[in-house]
Design a protein around this ligand. Structure first.
Ligand code: PLP
Length: 499
């Protein structure tokens, strides 16, 4: 038999031994070889990214046909699997890391984040308890403190990393519900209780749908999400909130929480958090701030003075995976009412009891999640590899690109900005001469389709108070000045009927 032992050589570490057959994992040297193949593909991918389409038009039938099939009974060679992935999967993804991606709120990843995800998967620690992965928990504490520093929230707040802002807002509102005195919903539930008042959640007409989802999941119900009208800059108005709280209290309803937004999804509007906090304090209502998009821009110089402070909020979510070049699933929830998250979620089955009780942090106590991956690593690597100054400089560049596009729109006849904003989301539209509002909306919707069909930039839209608007968001680590030229050229060309 042709084995290292038969040849009188030592077996390389990690190689399967006699009798192991092929039932183990790839031996470490194969992992290294295959990893090198992947990294080589990634190098080519990133080197050519600018020249590849950000989005290829395709149909569900076509994509499914490419990817449908039966699972192979016999092992396949990794090179083949990798080649198939880059042939059939990658081209049919939308390239969120593409410099021409300006849709929604972009979240681009970065070298440190990409490699950290690989290491986290390789080590695969479960950060549910301190006991099950002390350094993963300790690192989570550290990065949460660092992010709190960047966002301007108390560093000693109770905090946890979650998969996203939707999950964080649900978690915060669960803590708010648990903090309502005398209801004991955690223990007794909601069903069949005549003693429970109607629970209401207050937010703006611009707030993200995750607020509605949290109200659904927490039993408050969609009908009890009070979406208040915003001001001319799409901000929640403290006076309007105050009046709504008063009226509902007088009607026997119980405010569960107010959700303010720092950086709304459509236009990046900034609710006046300190003044809203005063209203909430007067009414004894929990204030949660969805700063998923807006919270971390405080790391930069430019908007620091105009970004409302968030430190008076009871809870806050910020998303490194939106603004900090971190791969998906990196959201940080903070709660200055220490113990409130654990009050809502701590539940320790016997199998997870440890002698550490009351000592170090057990992050499973702070949300619905039990098994938890090593999210802290990618944020730690990113902040260490870029430095806070480097991160700020990258974010400043994005702000500058948005400012440049705004300047061009303002200077171009037949174009207008549809919202004023500090954050790098540019809302704009073309005003074809001599047509009414409905035709203008339809024209801009067609314009979006035409621009996106070309494939070198990818934009999205929103519907605002006075109609349909195009959105160009800058959030991509790879975007540069030439990307402003490109998107502006495409928009103007499409409006002029050139494409
Ligand atoms: N809040 C705001 C303001 C958002 O724009 C979004 C998503 O775009 C969310 C919350 C939800 O974020 P996630 O995808 O992390 O759940």
């Amino acid at each position: 038999m042709n084995t290292p032992e038969a040849a009188g050589e030592p077996r390389p570490a990690g190689e399967p031994g006699p009798g192991d057959g092929a039932l183990g994992d790839w031996p470490p040297h194969v992992l290294e070889e295959n990893g090198a193949l992947l990294l080589a593909r990634l190098r080519r991918h990133f080197e050519r990214l600018r020249e590849t389409p950000v989005r290829v038009p395709s149909t569900p039938v076509r994509v499914r046909t490419l990817l449908d099939g039966e699972p192979p009974a016999e092992p396949e060679d990794f090179e083949t699997v990798l080649a198939d992935t880059f042939r059939h999967v990658v081209p049919h993804l939308v390239q969120w890391n593409h410099p021409g991606f300006h849709a929604y709120l972009p979240n681009s990843s970065s070298g440190p984040g990409i490699l950290a995800e690989t290491l986290a998967a390789a080590l695969n620690p479960n950060a549910m308890l301190w006991h099950t992965s002390p350094a993963a928990s300790a690192l989570e504490e550290t990065v949460l403190r660092w992010l709190a520093g960047l966002a301007g929230y108390p560093p000693d707040a109770e905090a946890v990393l979650l998969s996203g802002a939707s999950s964080a807002t649900f978690t915060a509102l669960a803590a708010a519900r648990d903090a309502l005195p005398g209801l004991d919903i955690r223990e007794r539930g909601l069903a069949g209780r005549a003693d429970l008042p109607v629970l209401r959640v207050y937010t703006s007409d611009q707030a993200h749908s995750s607020v509605d989802k949290a109200a659904i999941a927490l039993g408050a119900g969609l009908a009890n999400v009070v979406r208040l009208p915003t001001d001319s800059s799409y901000r929640l108005r403290p006076g309007v909130l105050d009046a709504a709280l008063r009226a509902d209290r007088a009607g026997g309803m119980l405010p569960l929480a107010v959700v303010a937004t720092l950086g709304t999804t459509a236009v990046g509007a900034l609710d006046p958090v300190p003044r809203l906090a005063e209203v909430c304090a007067r009414h004894g209502v929990w204030l949660h701030v969805d700063a998923a998009y807006g919270g971390l821009w405080r790391a930069t110089d430019t908007p620091r003075d105009v970004l409302p402070a968030i430190d008076a909020a009871d809870s806050v979510v910020v998303n490194p995976h939106k603004t900090l070049f971190t791969p998906m699933h990196a959201s940080a929830l903070y709660c200055r009412r220490r113990g409130a998250l654990a009050g809502a979620f701590r539940l320790v089955p016997e199998i997870l009891r440890t002698d550490d009780a009351g000592g170090p942090t057990d992050f499973m106590d702070r949300s619905l999640e039990l098994g938890r991956g090593f999210r802290a690593l990618k944020i730690w690597w990113l902040i260490r590899c870029f430095g806070t100054r480097g991160i700020a400089a990258r974010m400043e560049r994005l702000l500058g690109l948005a400012e440049e596009l705004r300047r061009r729109v303002l200077a171009a006849p037949g174009w207008e900005l549809t919202a004023d904003a500090v954050l790098p989301v540019v809302c704009l539209r073309h005003l074809p001469p001599g047509v009414g509002r409905q035709e203008t909306d339809a024209f801009n919707a067609r314009l979006l389709d035409r621009v996106n069909a070309i494939g070198d930039v990818f934009l999205s839209h929103a519907v605002l108070r006075d109609g349909y608007t195009l959105r160009v968001a800058f959030g991509n680590l790879h975007s540069r000045a030439e990307d402003v030229d490109q998107v502006w050229w495409r928009l103007r060309g499409a409006a002029a009927g050139e494409f």
